[in-house]
Design a protein around this ligand. Structure first.
Ligand code: ATP
Ligand code: MG
Length: 243
């Protein structure tokens, strides 16, 4: 079986700065893959390239066997890829439900009748635990609620692959545990594939079947959580040379 997402020799330069250099990895359908790396490692840049917000300087990206470099973000979204942003940006004056509507109507799901889009969106809100606040303004949500809303917006587009950029950052340990349960539920009940950037290392270790580690734009390790936890390069990057 070929991979759902395939990244080959991906590179991105911003002027003289190399944000990503020759990065290659695959994500199979239904997997949860973690992306680890220190600040500035190139994690968000990787997502921007996959989602079509930025064009790579080198390399190829295939989604479901189709080359997607050069497509616009809305075209990539309609193929089934949706991302969250590190800085959450809901439409604050719209209700939580309304924040999902556009994605459901014009994303991969293409539910052009508002009633259909809203019905599907309510089911998504149930899956992420926001059903009770569906009709409240997005601005009324807590940080944890806003992170859930970002995820819900991605799911509502009908995406198969979600790119989640630090959706657990700033959450309490209890909220992190709840978020992990939500992400697992989305994977299992909807068959979604998740690529998850996270600094909370323990959360990633618990959630992911595989983890890739970026360091200064290079992929320095890839493997199961146990392999990553044992990897000498990763330990030296995270805990210094004496680890
Ligand atoms: N649009 C841009 N223009 C110039 N430099 C950029 C741009 N976007 C990112 N960079 C640089 O590329 C490098 C990688 O940035 P990126 O945001 O991908 O890192 P990150 O791993 O997501 O970090 P963080 O954990 O802080 O979110 C950084 O040095 C950053 O300053
Ligand atoms: Mg980032």
């Amino acid at each position: 079986m070929s991979a759902l997402l395939s990244v080959r020799g991906l590179g991105k330069r911003f002027g003289g700065l190399t944000a990503l250099d020759n990065v290659s990895f695959d994500v199979d359908a239904g997997q949860i893959v973690g992306v680890m790396g220190a600040n500035g490692a190139g994690k968000t840049t990787l997502f921007s390239l996959i989602a079509g917000n930025t064009r790579p300087s080198a390399g190829r990206i295939e989604f479901d066997g189709m080359p997607i470099v050069g497509l616009r973000p809305d075209q990539i979204c309609r193929l089934g890829v949706a991302r969250t942003f590190q800085i959450v940006k809901p439409f604050p004056s719209l209700t939580v439900l309304e924040n999902l509507r556009t994605g459901a109507m014009f994303g991969r799901a293409q539910l052009r009748r508002v009633a259909d889009a809203d019905a599907a969106s309510r089911r998504v809100l149930e899956d992420v635990g926001l059903e009770d606040v569906a009709d409240r303004p997005a601005s009324a949500l807590t940080l944890s609620g806003q992170k859930r809303l970002e995820i819900a917006r991605c799911v509502a587009t009908g995406a198969q692959l979600l790119l989640l950029d630090e959706v657990m950052a700033g959450l309490t340990p209890t909220e992190v545990a709840q978020m992990l349960a939500t992400l697992r539920r989305l994977q299992q009940s909807r068959g979604l594939t998740l690529l998850v950037i996270e600094h909370v290392m323990r959360a990633l270790m618990e959630l992911c079947g595989r983890i890739v580690v970026l360091h200064h734009g290079e992929l320095i390790a890839e493997g199961s959580p146990a392999e990553i936890g044992d990897n000498a390069k990763v330990l030296s990057v995270y805990f210094g040379a004496h680890a």
